[in-house]
Design a protein around this ligand. Structure first.
Ligand SMILES: *Cc1c(COP(=O)(O)O)cnc(C)c1O
Length: 372
């Protein structure tokens, strides 16, 4: 696809890629896939990503906040949804009424989940344990009390304990194996107090691919859903995944300049020879990282062109050398690198960050266009 006429910038979202990525991970892992669509589906649009992922065989959805889960429900999504990050003193009434499952990291959250039940409609919870990441998840010395209380509440019909889960650090394979062993202890302890959580889950994309033992009953797939690799040394194509987002713009201005000409704020770039500059109407307000000034590349008319000087809020300039370029020509900032365009990972490298941040921060000013 190419940029629609009259459009200055857009992010194309390939829903077939999302569905295919889920199919691929389903085949690879052989377990349930929870499609993680938090943060507006990593910038791809939570609703469309959720629908495409369910179409591809995901059976659950995962988000951070209850608000994100409720937005999916309001849009008509009926698949199981889990939300795991909550404010202090949470009120879970709306979540329970909308059948949103709650990740529960401690006794206060457990109490709040129980309090949100109305008659037969009780909270569905997934108990979250910390196995080394030191973020949320109940710390080890609280497991026994939390599990015993959850088991008691389940026995008297005030709660349904559907899951037990944790999250890995990806610090090293040894660290992840150690966390898996700690998780096994949590599973055994839960069983010893009478809990039988049907869905045990630990692996995000990285471990779902690299650590088969961590797949358990379900894998939580975020970055892989969107076709990007969480590995520094393996590309999307190496993993059999296809990037779903292509960021495009139309060249907004072209100028031929003599050697010595300064470009953009601070003149960090000065032309070494006569050259042609093209203006791209995307900036850091749109999520193009300012840290990639002078380093990121785009493709225009089959040519790779580098950012010249600083990326500004709304625009940046690329150096086309002596290649032809006209106002309106299509710029591909990133997309599927097997098609010869830069990848989100290339931009991450140029900016000193990770591909997750590149796609997630594409701003609200960039219209999304779904295809497939
Ligand atoms: C964001 C998140 C995921 C998804 O991670 P990816 O690396 O994007 O696959 C899984 N689980 C939890 C708890 C998360 O917060």
């Amino acid at each position: 696809m190419s940029l629609r006429a009259g459009t200055m910038r857009e992010a194309e979202i390939d829903l077939d890629a999302i569905a295919d990525n889920v199919r691929h991970i389903r085949r690879l892992t052989g377990v349930e896939v929870m499609a993680v669509v938090k943060a507006d589906g990593y910038g791809h649009g939570a609703l469309r990503a959720a629908v495409a992922a369910l179409h591809g065989g995901a059976t659950r959805l995962g988000v951070a906040d209850v608000g994100e889960a409720l937005a999916l429900r309001r849009a008509g999504v009926s698949a199981p949804v889990l939300a795991w990050l909550h404010p202090p003193h949470p009120d879970f009434a709306e979540a329970v009424a909308a059948d949103v499952a709650l990740g529960i990291s401690g006794s206060a959250q457990l109490d709040a989940a129980v309090a949100a039940g109305r008659g037969d409609r009780v909270a569905t919870v997934h108990l979250k344990v910390d196995t080394g990441l030191s973020r949320n998840g109940a710390p080890r010395d609280e497991w026994r009390r939390l599990f015993a209380e959850a088991a008691r509440l389940e026995r008297i019909g005030r709660l349904r304990v559907e899951g037990l889960f944790s999250h890995l650090s990806n610090a090293s394979e040894a660290d992840d194996r150690a966390a898996l062993a700690v998780f096994d202890e949590a599973t055994a302890l839960a069983a010893s107090v009478g809990l039988r959580p049907r869905v045990r889950h630990l692996a995000a994309t990285h471990a779902a691919i690299a650590l088969p033992e961590a797949r358990l009953d379900c894998v939580r797939i975020g970055i892989g859903l969107y076709g990007l690799s969480p590995f520094a040394d393996r590309t999307s194509a190496d993993l059999g995944l296809r990037p779903a987002m292509t960021l495009r713009a139309a060249v907004a201005a072209v100028r031929r300049v003599p050697a010595g000409t300064g470009v953009s704020y601070g003149y960090d770039f000065r032309a070494e020879r006569d050259t042609t500059l093209a203006l791209v109407p995307l900036g850091y307000a749109d999520g193009v990282p300012r840290q990639a000034s002078g380093a990121g590349t785009v493709r225009i008319n089959g040519v790779r062109a580098r950012v010249a000087g600083r990326i500004a809020m709304d625009q940046f300039v690329v150096d086309m050398g002596d290649h032809d370029v006209s106002v309106g020509d299509e710029v591909v900032v990133f997309g599927d690198p097997t098609l010869g365009v830069p990848s989100a990972s290339d931009w991450a490298d140029a900016a000193g960050t990770i591909n997750y941040e590149i796609v997630t921060r594409i701003g609200a000013r960039v219209p999304r266009r779904q295809v497939g």
